[in-house]
Design a protein around this ligand. Structure first.
Ligand code: ADP
Ligand code: NG1
Length: 458
C-alpha cells in the first residue's frame, strides 16, 4: 500500500459538471485548454488531535470536498495561477523564482509550497511553466484541511507536468515538509490522508516510517461535520506554533528529568520510546516531572541549563520568540491521553462489540474535553456546537482539526440522522452571520472518500 503513485483516471469531461465548468472557465481565462486535472481531498480527523507533530498516530478519513486544478503545461517558464473564486486574486511568477513570503497570507503561497516541494525533491533548477485554474469546495480555515489539499494538489500537478512519478507515501512526506514554508509546524496527518485515503475506509496514520492502515467504521453510525462558522487561519496567529513549541519543551524537560539525552529529543513520542513504557505510565511520569503552574521562559532555561538566547535560537520558532508562559504539564497530558484514545478507538472498531457506537462516542467526548481543558484549542462556539450535537442525538462530538474555530465531528446513529440534522440546523444556524456560510459548508454527513487523483480527458 502506498508504494504506487496516485491513480490516473480517464474521464469524459462532458459527463462531469464540475470538470466541464472548470474546462470552460479555463478556456475563457487562458484562451487554451487544460491538458489534465488533479484533485486532492480535504479530511476530517475522527480522533487524535494535535498529536501528529508529537509523533503519534491519528485516525482521519478523506472527505468528498476537495481541491481541483485544471493544468496546462506551457513552454515559457511562467507560473500563472487563477482561481474560480473571485475572492482570491490571480497570481503570476517565474517558475524559477518561487520565494514564499511568510508575512503575507496569500492563497498562492500554499500552491508554491507544493510546487517547491517537488522542485527541491528532484533538485531541479529550471522548472517548466504552467497555467493553472484552481477550484476548491472545502470550507477554508475550518479544520478540514483546505490548505493541505491545495499544497498536495499543487505538488501532484507539478509532478505530472514534469512527467515524473513518486509513491503516494513520498508525495505525502514531501508535501508535509513543504507546507512548513507557510510558517506553521504541522505534523503529516493532512497530506498523508489526502494521498493515502481509500473510499469506504478511515485510516490509522502512523509516522516514522509513514504507514496507513484501514479502520472500518461501524455501519450503524454516520459521521456528521458541523461548522461553527468561526474561521481560524493557522498561519495568521501563533496559537498553533505555540502548542508545537510547548510539546517540544515538555518532551525536553521530561527527557532531562529521566536522565535521557534531552537535547536530541524533539517529540513527546521519543521520550516514551526511549523509556520503553506505556502511554499510561507516561501520564504518571508527566504528573511527577512537570508542575501545572505555567513555566516562564526563564524557568525552562533553568530546568534545561541553557541561556535565553539558546532557547530562542535553538528551540523556539520565529513566531514563538516572545511567548511569556508555557503550560507544559497540561499539553503533555493531552498528548499522551489522546494517543491512547486513538489506539482504543481503532481497537473498538476492530472488535465491534454491540455497544460500539456509544463506546466510540465516549472516546470522542473525552477527546473534546481534553482539547478544551488541557490543550485549550477550543472556543465558545465549538463548545456550544458540541453540546447541541450531543443534545440532539450524537453519541459523541468533538472539535476536529486545529481548533480555535472550524468544525466539529459527531458520531450519530444512522436511524437518528434526519432528526439530528434538522434540530442542529434549527439550534445553531439561525443566526444571520452563520446563515451566510454556504449551506453545503455548514452541516453535512460524510463518509470515507478516496485520495488524490489525476484525470485525463478520454
Ligand atoms: P485549513 O484548516 O482549512 O487547512 P488554514 O487556515 O490552515 O485552514 O488554510 C486556509 C488557507 O488555504 C486560506 O486562507 C487560503 O489561503 C487557502 N485556501 C483554502 N481554500 C482555498 C480555495 N478554495 N482557494 C484558494 N485558496 C484556498
Ligand atoms: P488543520 O485542521 O488542517 O489546521 C492542523 C495540522 C495537522 C494537525 C492538526 C491538529 C497542518 C497543515 N495541519 O490541521 O497536522 O496537527 O492541525 O490535529 O499544519
Amino acid at each position: 500500500m502506498g508504494t504506487e503513485g496516485p491513480a490516473t483516471r480517464r474521464v469524459q469531461v462532458s459527463e462531469h459538471p464540475r470538470l466541464l465548468k472548470l474546462k470552460e472557465m479555463f478556456k475563457s481565462k487562458f484562451g487554451s485548454l487544460p491538458k489534465f486535472y488533479v484533485r486532492a481531498p480535504g479530511r476530517v480527523n475522527i480522533i487524535g488531535e494535535h498529536i501528529d507533530y508529537c509523533g503519534y498516530s491519528v485516525l482521519p478519513m478523506a472527505i468528498e470536498q476537495d481541491m481541483l486544478i485544471a493544468v496546462e503545461p506551457v513552454k515559457t517558464h511562467t507560473l500563472q495561477l487563477a482561481k474560480t473564486n473571485p475572492l482570491y486574486l490571480d497570481f503570476s511568477t517565474s517558475a524559477n523564482n518561487t520565494e514564499i513570503d511568510k508575512t503575507k497570507l496569500l492563497w498562492h503561497n500554499y500552491f508554491l509550497c507544493g510546487f517547491k516541494g517537488i522542485q527541491e525533491h528532484f533538485g531541479l533548477s529550471n522548472l517548466p511553466g504552467m497555467n493553472c485554474l484552481v477550484d476548491g469546495n472545502i470550507p477554508p480555515s475550518s479544520g478540514l484541511s483546505s490548505s493541505s489539499a491545495l499544497v498536495c494538489c499543487a505538488g501532484l500537478a507539478t509532478l505530472t507536468v514534469l512527467g515524473m512519478s513518486l509513491s503516494k507515501m513520498k508525495l505525502a512526506e514531501i508535501c508535509a515538509k513543504s507546507e512548513h514554508y507557510i510558517g506553521t509546524e504541522g505534523g503529516g496527518m493532512d497530506q498523508s490522508i489526502s494521498f493515502l485515503a481509500e473510499e469506504g475506509t478511515a485510516k490509522l496514520i502512523e509516522f516514522s516510517p509513514l504507514r496507513a492502515t484501514d479502520v472500518k467504521l461501524p455501519s450503524e453510525a454516520v459521521f456528521v461535520i458541523a461548522n461553527s462558522c468561526v474561521e481560524m487561519n493557522k498561519a495568521a496567529t501563533s496559537h498553533f506554533n505555540i502548542r508545537v513549541t510547548e510539546c517540544r519543551l515538555a518532551a525536553k524537560l521530561l527527557a532531562k528529568h529521566k536522565g535521557l539525552q534531552w537535547d536530541e529529543v524533539l517529540q513527546l513520542e521519543e521520550v516514551q520510546a526511549k523509556l520503553g513504557v506505556s502511554l499510561e505510565e507516561m501520564l504518571l511520569i508527566t504528573e511527577d516531572a512537570l508542575h501545572t503552574e505555567p513555566y516562564s521562559p526563564e524557568e525552562v532555561c533553568r530546568c534545561l541549563g541553557i541561556s535565553l538566547q539558546e532557547l530562542r535560537t535553538q528551540i523556539l520558532s520565529p513566531n514563538t520568540q516572545d511567548v511569556p508562559i508555557f503550560k507544559l504539564c497540561q499539553r503533555a497530558k493531552h498528548v499522551y491521553s489522546e494517543a491512547a484514545r486513538v489506539l482504543q478507538f481503532k481497537k473498538m472498531c476492530e472488535e465491534a462489540p454491540d455497544d460500539v457506537v456509544p463506546l466510540l462516542g465516549e472516546l470522542m467526548n473525552q477527546s473534546h474535553a481534553s482539547c478544551r481543558d488541557m490543550y485549550e484549542c477550543s472556543c465558545p462556539e465549538l463548545d456550544q456546537l458540541v453540546d447541541i450535537c450531543r443534545k440532539f442525538g450524537a453519541q459523541g462530538s468533538r472539535l476536529t482539526g486545529a481548533g480555535w474555530g472550524g468544525c466539529t465531528v459527531s458520531i450519530v446513529p444512522a436511524a437518528k440522522l434526519p432528526g439530528f440534522l434538522a434540530n442542529v440546523h434549527e439550534a445553531y444556524y439561525q443566526q444571520s452571520a452563520r446563515s451566510l456560510v454556504p449551506e453545503e459548508q455548514r452541516l453535512f454527513a460524510t463518509k470515507p472518500g478516496g485520495g488524490a487523483l489525476v484525470f485525463l480527458e478520454a
